[in-house]
Write a protein that binds this ligand. Structure first.
Ligand code: ATP
Ligand code: CA
Ligand code: CA
Length: 439
């Protein structure tokens, strides 16, 4: 049985942290969204606001919390960074403010992916699987603040950017605890479709191999460059889509090179339309959807002001969708039009229009058999001293161009070259193979 993540309920070690994260997000986002919209100023990019949440003592004091000391279940401090910038970013990315809050409400249980990478970061899915909270290192946090203006400008100029979409940057701290920085970003993968295979590609081959034994038991495993090459896999985009895709990737990578970023990858989830949702990987999603009925929110206060009507409408809708997604979606329902149920999902990004992803095409640009859910992730690693050291020592043993920690300029070029070279239709790949064997 396939399970994505562990449910974070009251017995989970990270329950308090998760609860505080959600409570803080909810409070700060409603606070900013309650104000009239305005243009950004330079100061907005450096802004930070600190809040101290106080635990409830007496029930009678339901309105004891004021703006600076909102009440919550636990004592904790919360910092909100550049709230206006992120408000604008969410709007550029087409998020509905109410939707965002409901998805991240503290009333519901999140799902924790533990720490899938080497970095030690934790990942949490919102209960509806739309958003990911990723804890980040202090260095990454400082770096994101530093490049925020560049990122913002880029996103504004590139509505179809493939870069991770950042919706919020925050910090949470419990008394005597350590400071935990985190970002809220888009989950590239859809809640309503099975992903049959996942790849994380960098364009490097050293150490980029996932041991495939036992893969059957773990269809969610993230495979890497060597697995991709061995399987002779391609991003099957016909000429028209390939052009848009490669050009956008070039613009995105150019920014990453300019900012001396590296170590990022192209995350690709493949949904095979012929298999549909029949493999019933759906279990995992249902788990995430499960509302935590037993977990009651804090007493009525500013944090629970979301209209209850909205909540129940939403819940009903989710239930409907849950029931719907038990059945495979017929093929002709994909790609052409967006069903009502998927509103709130990205419609403005070209790469997320085919049912949340980007559908394969043939040579003649007719639709293909797969939908790709893809984007450039993990793009907050600055080419700093550590990387330079790693580069020096790995360089003693391996051919330099194959190491993942090469300088940002070359990292980007290699990345682009690799991803572009594996972007071709089935027909083109077969033709090339035939030509090769003819020689
Ligand atoms: P490392 O630095 O060791 O690579 P990390 O902790 O920085 O790890 P990421 O590379 O950002 O982690 O992501 C690790 C995995 O988490 C990815 O391979 C992917 O499976 C999943 N993941 C990360 N970001 C997303 C996203 N936006 N949508 C869906 N899945 C994601
Ligand atoms: Ca990574
Ligand atoms: Ca990382």
């Amino acid at each position: 049985r396939v399970v994505v993540g562990t449910k974070v309920d009251q017995n989970h070690v990270n329950w308090v942290t998760a609860y505080n994260m959600l409570t803080g997000i909810r409070f700060t986002v409603s606070r900013t969204n309650a104000k009239m919209d305005r243009d950004l100023t330079d100061a907005d990019f450096d802004a930070k606001h600190k809040f101290s949440f106080d635990m409830y003592v007496l029930e009678d004091f339901s309105f004891a919390g004021n703006e600076l000391t909102p009440s919550a279940k636990y004592d904790f401090k919360f910092k909100d960074y550049a709230p206006w910038v992120f408000r604008h970013l969410r709007s550029i990315f087409g998020l509905d403010p109410a939707d965002y809050l409901v998805s991240l409400t503290s009333k519901y249980i999140l799902s924790e992916l533990g720490s899938p990478g080497k970095s030690g970061s934790f990942f949490y899915f919102s209960r509806d699987y739309k958003y990911i909270i990723k804890t980040i290192h202090h260095g990454e946090h400082k770096f994101l603040r530093k490049i925020l203006k560049n990122y913002y400008d880029h996103v504004q100029d590139n509505p179809n950017t493939l870069l991770s979409q950042f919706y919020g940057l925050h910090r949470v701290k419990i008394p005597y605890g350590r400071k935990i920085h985190f970002v809220v970003m888009n989950n590239l993968f859809p809640p309503h479709r099975d992903i049959h295979r996942t790849f994380d590609l960098k364009g490097s081959t050293i150490g980029r191999d996932f041991k495939e034994e036992g893969l059957e038991e773990n269809p969610r495993a993230t495979l890497k460059d060597l697995n991709w090459l061995r399987r002779d896999q391609h991003l099957e985009f016909g000429p028209a889509k390939k052009k848009v895709f490669v050009e956008q990737m070039q613009r995105d990578v150019k920014l990453l090179q300019k900012l001396h970023i590296m170590d990022y990858s192209m995350l690709i989830g493949i949904h095979d339309l012929e298999k549909g949702n029949e493999e019933n990987l759906r279990d995992k999603t249902l788990q995430v959807f499960q509302p935590g009925g037993e977990v009651e929110d804090a007493q009525p206060n500013m944090l629970t002001r979301t209209p209850s009507k909205l909540e129940s409408a939403r819940k009903a809708k989710e239930l409907r969708q849950m029931i719907k997604t038990q059945k495979p979606v017929p093929m002709d329902q994909t790609a052409t039009k967006m069903p009502d149920e998927l509103e709130g999902q990205q419609k403005n990004n070209y790469f997320y229009v085919d049912d949340g992803g980007f559908r394969a095409t043939h040579e003649d640009n007719t639709p293909g058999e797969e939908i790709y859910y893809l984007g450039i992730i993990d793009c907050l690693t600055h080419y700093n001293l550590i990387k330079r050291i790693e580069h020096r020592w790995k360089g003693l043993m391996n051919e330099e161009s194959q190491i993942s920690a090469i300088p940002p300029e070359r990292y980007g070029d290699r990345f682009l070259k690799f991803i572009s070279s594996v972007t071709k239709t089935r027909e083109a790949a077969e033709r090339e193979k035939a030509e090769e064997s003819a020689h």
